[in-house]
Design a protein around this ligand. Sequence first.
Ligand code: SPD
Length: 348
Amino acid sequence: MEYAELANEVSKKSNIKVSKKDIERLVGALQKTGDPWVLADISDFPVPAVFETLNALKDRGLVSVSDSSVTLTENGLLAVESVHPVEDFSCGGCEGRGISLEHFVDIRDRFNEIQRSRPAASHDFDQGYVTPSSTFSRFLIGYERGDIEGRDILLLGDDDLLSIVLGLSRLPKSITVVEVDKRLVGFIEEVAGAEGLDVSVREFDLRKPLPPEHVGAYDTFYTDPPETLPAVDAFVGRGIASLRSPGSAGYFGFTRREASLEKWWGLQRLLLGYKVVITDIIHNFNEYINWGYERDTRAWRLAPVKVEPRVNWYRSALYRIEALPGFCGNAKDYGEENIYEDAESSTT
Ligand code: SPD
C-alpha cells in the first residue's frame, strides 16, 4: 500500500495535515484492536483524520466495518504485514508518566475520596476531566521540580481539581483558581471550607485578559486548554502573563487527538514568541475520563462504528515551560469569540 499517497488523500478530505508516519501508526494499531476509540488513541493523530483514513481503507477493501469494530480483511492483513506493530512498553508502576505515585499517599487517598462527589463534566464548557492519578501526578511533578513548596500558584481553569490536591498538601504559599464554571467554583469552595484549605477561587472567563492583580504575581501556573491555537494562546498566554520572573514555571496539557503536528508546531512557535522554553513534554501523561456526552460530539458523528468507548482513550502530553529573561504573556481580549473549535476538533 502507498502510505504517502493515502496521507495526501486524507489530508485533502479532512483538511488536516496527515503524514505517512501517522497512517503507518494507524495501520500498526489495526493489527492490535478494532475498537475505533482505542485506534484513535494509539494512532496519535486527530480523530476526524483517523476516521477518514478508516473510510479510505474500507474503500480499498483493506478493512471491513461491522456494528462493533473495524477489522483488517485478508487483503488488508497482507498489505500491512511489513508495518511496524504498535507497542506499549510504558511502565505499569507510574502509569507511564515517569513519576512514582508512591509519595504523599495520604493526600492521594484523601483526594480520591473527595473527588467522588465532584460535578459531572459539562458540555457547555467542553469539559472532560482527567483521572485522579493524572491530577495527583501533576502535583507530584510540580513538587519534584521545586514549583510547589512555598510558591504562589495560579490555576487557569480547574475542572481537574488540582487546587484541592495542592490545598491538602499545605505546601504552596498561596493557591488561586480562576474558573468559568460556577458549579466548580462552588465545589472547590465547599471542599476548601470543609477541609480547612487555603484556596482562593474566582469566577472568570479566560477569553478576557487577566485582571492586573494577577499579572506578574505567581511563581507557577497550571492550565489545560481546549486544543485550538487561539484557546491555547488565551489560556497558556494568560498563564505566562501571570508569572513573576525568569525561572517561574507553567504546566499544561496538549493532545494529539485534536491537534496535528502542524498545530503542535504552531503551539511551539507561540511559546518561543513569548520567550519561554519547553523543559519537558511527557507523552500521554494526562488520561481523561470519558465525559458522558460522546453521542453529542462530532467524533461520534464521524465514527465508522457507533460504539461507546469502553476504556479511557483521550490522552494528552504534559508540557512544562520556564520563563526566560524578557518573557511576556497574552493580554488580548477575545470578547465573545468562539475560540474553541477548528477543523481538528471533534469532542466539543
Ligand atoms: N470535550 C471533552 C474532552 C476534553 C478534553 N480536553 C483536553 C484538553 C487538553 N488540553
